[in-house]
Design a protein around this ligand. Structure first.
Ligand SMILES: [Zn+2]
Length: 254
């Protein structure tokens, strides 16, 4: 008995050990499965995040690169920086303000503004080589000469005009309307309708480009009475850019 008792004891111990081992193995098995599921979830999470990251730049890229990489097929806008590129600086006021500095700065800012909207923009000098009355080859989708009015204090406001004799009067009238509406909105200057001069309606450059290219000239305001507004160059550029954009989008601007 005592022998068999002694003999059973290890058996019982073995049985208990096997049971413990089996339980431990099952715990490890469960832990293994849980770890596997956790790893799988982490993997799915990373994959989805990577996919989202990969998608994000492709949707951001066009706006981010709009300024740097211009579409060669984008509509071309031409801006004349009035009185630039020559010895005539336009009006010079008592405080030293020169018309050419205003027109050049506004043309540059309007260019940046329009390029950010995916237009191509070329700034021309007053008597640019691209302007040629004999060939009239230059054919932008919109052409705007930028000038500013005299240093007087007896008048205030801006003006926009097209050529008196136009090959496309309806298109050019629409362009003038769009510019007037947008520029008034941006600058809060009033439209000085009564003083459109022959200098504007017979402005040289309007007859030196393709007559099918819609063209106009703007006087941004009076260097005298509108001096404070004319210092807000981004607003002036915004008005010019909004007007051209609205015209090129086909708005009637009534
Ligand atoms: Zn001028």
């Amino acid at each position: 008995m005592s022998r068999s008792k002694r003999a059973r004891a290890p058996e019982a111990n073995n049985f208990v050990r096997t049971d413990v081992l089996a339980r431990t193995a099952r715990i490890f098995q469960i832990l293994f499965v849980v770890a596997l599921i956790a790893l799988l979830l982490i993997f799915i999470g990373i994959t989805q995040r990577n996919r989202a990251l990969a998608d994000a730049p492709s949707t951001r890229a066009p706006t981010k690169n709009a300024v740097a990489v211009l579409n060669p097929n984008a509509p071309l806008i031409a801006l004349v920086a009035g009185h630039s590129g020559g010895i005539d600086t336009g009006a010079i006021c008592a405080d030293g303000t020169r018309e050419v500095d205003v027109t050049t700065d506004v043309a540059r800012r309007a260019k940046n503004n329009l390029e950010a909207r995916n237009y191509r923009v070329e700034i021309l000098a007053e008597f640019d080589a691209r302007l040629n009355a004999a060939t009239r080859e230059y054919s932008p989708r919109a052409f705007l000469a930028i000038h500013a009015d005299s240093c007087i204090f007896s008048a205030s406001g801006f003006k926009v005009a097209r050529a008196e004799i136009s090959a496309i009067p309806q298109e050019e009238d629409r362009m003038v309307r769009c510019l007037i509406a947008a520029y008034a909105d941006a600058t809060l200057l009033r439209y000085h309708a009564d003083s459109i001069t022959r200098d504007m309606t017979h402005y040289h450059a309007l007859g030196e480009i393709n007559l099918q290219s819609p063209a106009a000239i703007i006087e941004l305001g009076f260097l005298g009475s509108d001096a404070e507004t004319l210092k807000k160059r981004d607003l002036l550029a915004q008005g010019v850019a909004d007007g051209l954009d609205s015209f090129l989008k086909g708005n009637e601007c009534k």
